[in-house]
Design a binder for this molecule. Structure first.
Ligand SMILES: [Zn+2]
Length: 382
């Protein structure tokens, strides 16, 4: 069975869309939030728990898995699904973003990228062909083209990088042999509308089954991210899923669903969980705060997650303060539930024709924070 995407309903008042992706490992209702499982594990939760949380698509990273344990090892053990015991759909990131991070990059030419492993400093050479071979060995349902990630604000660099990204997209497509994997193209072009338009024009001529918008949310002002994402999404074909890479804070989900984005990934829920912070309808709750020391309430009243059904803020605070593993696990479960449930409600509101009202209701009480940037240039993700 191969990949398909069906557009089910468009919101009449915004760019929001509800759809359904079909993959060899199951269906993915869109818009969708992908929990990030960089190292073939969504940190602190089991695949069984992910299933119970209703995750339908998870993201793993080809760069990290190439370095450790190695794609051959995973292929020999039956591929990524079998290796990590997650039978649902998986998307792998090609590694472009990681190898172009400042600390890794050694040299780039038309052939590929020489980079340094963040694990042991050893040098490796990635080409588009190698990125595809690697992702075919891993065996995810959706794989990504290998692209050059430029500083979004540097016009000259983006102009050059775009040329290369386009040639590499052609080479990725030519190298791709597995019919059971969907290869998505990645639109680049920084913060420059004319470059984004050029990129969309070229990549859509290659007719990919889906398109990602890359190179955003890497430090540029949020208003710029919104403008460029909206502009780019508006040029992409309606009958293909659109993936905004590295974005997915609760307020962003509304912002970008409204701008026609279908797929999101973000380390925020899992990373916050590990630092003792919970996502709630009012914003973030830092459970280290002394005021929760004897608070008998759950993280969020009415939340149906395992943590909220069984444990008080006081107990969770105690676990976090005592650095107990269970505290991290429970907060991660809650945060993932929060974001996945939010996305389910967003999708339902699009189907019901109430997206605008739901958006307004949620954002009127949610206190967004600006410090969630998880994909800095030169930083690593995951
Ligand atoms: Zn909860």
């Amino acid at each position: 069975m191969s990949f398909s995407f069906e557009l089910i309903r468009k919101d009449p008042h915004s760019g929001a869309r509800a759809g359904l992706m079909r993959t060899p490992h199951g269906e993915v209702p869109t818009p969708v939030f992908m929990p990030v499982g960089t190292q073939a594990t969504v940190k602190a939760v089991s695949p069984k728990e992910l299933e119970e949380l209703g995750a339908t698509l998870i993201l793993a990273n080809a760069y990290h898995l190439y370095l450790r344990p190695g794609a051959e090892v995973i292929a020999k053990l039956g591929g990524l699904h079998r290796f990590m015991a997650w039978e649902g759909p998986i998307l792998t990131d090609s590694g472009g973003f990681q190898v172009f991070s400042l600390e890794a990059l050694r040299r780039v030419d038309d052939e590929g990228v020489l980079f340094r492993s963040h694990l042991d400093g050893s040098e490796h050479f990635f080409t588009p062909e190698k990125a595809i071979e690697l992702q075919e060995k891993l065996g995810a349902d959706i794989i990504m083209c290998f692209d050059e990630c430029a500083d979004p604000l540097d016009y000259e660099y983006n102009l050059r990088a775009l040329e290369r990204t386009h040639k590499w997209a052609e080479r990725c497509q030519a190298a791709h042999t597995r019919g059971d994997q969907a290869l998505f193209g990645i639109v680049q072009g920084g913060v420059f509308p004319e470059l984004r338009a050029k990129s969309v024009e070229f990549l859509t001529s290659l007719d990919f089954p889906g398109y990602a918008i890359g190179g955003l949310s890497v430090g540029e002002p949020k208003a710029v991210t919104r403008r460029i994402a909206e502009f780019t999404a508006s040029l992409l074909p309606e009958d293909r899923p659109r993936y905004l890479m590295g974005v997915g804070a609760p307020e962003d989900l509304f912002d970008y669903v409204a701008r026609g984005i279908d797929m999101f990934d973000c380390v925020l829920p899992t990373r916050l969980g590990r630092t003792g912070t919970a996502l709630t309808k009012r914003g973030r709750l830092n459970l280290r705060n002394a005021r929760f020391a004897d608070d008998p309430a759950p993280i969020e009243e009415g939340c149906q997650c395992y943590a909220c059904r069984h444990f008080s803020r006081a107990y969770l605070r105690h676990l976090v303060k005592a650095k107990e593993i269970l505290g991290i696990r429970l907060l991660t479960l809650h945060n993932l539930h929060f974001v996945l449930e939010l996305m389910r409600r967003i999708r339902q509101s699009i189907l019901d024709g109430t997206f605008a009202a739901f958006k307004e209701e949620f954002l009127s009480s949610y206190e967004a924070r600006e410090d969630y940037r998880m994909r800095r240039p030169g930083g690593r993700r995951g």
